[in-house]
Write a protein that binds this ligand. Structure first.
Ligand code: NAD
Length: 260
């Protein structure tokens, strides 16, 4: 099949959620096979079925908690078998949660965000790397956040874990470059994008989604929050060989937010 990622074999974690869903659809439409993994395995299967109705044989669903290293090993092996290899890894799964301020913060909050947002990215890179090397040219795309580059009150654990994803991406990029594996690794940093991860902000606005989104858009120079495809287009570029000279870089999808 023709397309910008024709012949690529991609694994997208948290693939049934707002951003992952847009990425999986776009990669499949552009010619890739896609393993959609999510802690909600039924949602991953349902999305794979939807995509296969449009692009037959393109998608596979897997139940996968990214905090669980043993499950990473199984899912990577199963995805490689289903797709015939692995050339793109998108570490997308992540959690936000309620705002927690410094004096009320807890070990449980930090441990959970660390496990799901940051340590998972190491597991993914570790278990995918032998397959990515075998399928090179290959690409790892880690979904950080603008919150990994700029802080916000009440977001201590999220800021810290997303900053960790940003820096870990560079470590992996440099290791792979030094070893001449032809595996690139980059991070993507979205600002607010319309997905369920923004639900706590909607709850704070008394359930009024429009009002919540408007409020979030106030600090953004383009005066709106993003759409999932705004991020998916960046992932598509990084998954494709169009970005073959790009590694260890960060991509801000933020409507100009951090230009201020
Ligand atoms: N939407 C935004 O505004 C925004 C902004 C910046 C960064 N991000 C990042 O983008 C990524 C995707 O977020 P989203 O907006 O699509 O969120 P979302 O809540 O819509 O989707 C997240 C998906 O991850 C899955 N998930 C949660 N915990 C998991 C686990 N332990 N293992 C596997 N899957 C798990 C969920 O089931 C869900 O399908 C996250 O890393 C998030 O931090 C989102």
């Amino acid at each position: 099949m023709a397309g910008r990622v024709a012949g690529k074999r991609a694994l997208v974690t948290g693939g049934a959620g707002g951003l992952g869903r847009a990425m999986a659809r776009m990669l499949a439409r552009e010619g890739a096979k896609v393993a959609i993994t999510d802690v909600d395995g039924a949602a991953a299967d349902a999305l794979a079925e939807e995509i296969n109705a449009e692009v037959p044989g393109a998608a596979f669903g897997f139940a996968h908690d990214v905090a669980d290293e043993a499950r990473w090993a199984e899912v990577v092996a199963d995805a490689v078998e289903a797709m015939g290899g692995l050339s793109v890894l998108v570490n997308n799964a992540g959690i936000g949660g309620d705002l927690v301020f410094v004096e009320g913060d807890t070990a449980a909050n930090w441990d959970r965000q660390y496990q799901v947002n940051l340590r998972s990215v190491m597991f993914g890179c570790k278990h995918a790397m032998p397959h990515l090397r075998a399928a090179a040219p290959a690409s790892i795309i880690n979904i950080s956040s603008i919150a990994g580059l700029a802080a916000g009150p009440g977001m201590g654990a999220y800021n810290a874990t997303k900053a960790g994803v940003w820096m870990y991406t560079k470590t992996v990029a440099l290791e792979a470059a030094k070893a001449e594996w032809n595996v690139r690794c980059n991070s993507v940093h979205p600002v607010f994008i319309k997905t369920p991860i923004l639900d706590p902000f909607v709850a704070m606005a008394g359930g009024d989604e429009g009002a919540a989104h408007q409020k979030l858009a106030r600090g953004i120079p383009l005066k709106r929050i993003g759409e999932p495809d705004d991020v998916a287009f960046c992932v598509l570029y990084l998954a494709s060989d169009e970005s073959k000279f790009v590694t260890g870089a960060e991509f801000k999808i933020d409507g100009g937010m951090t230009a201020q």
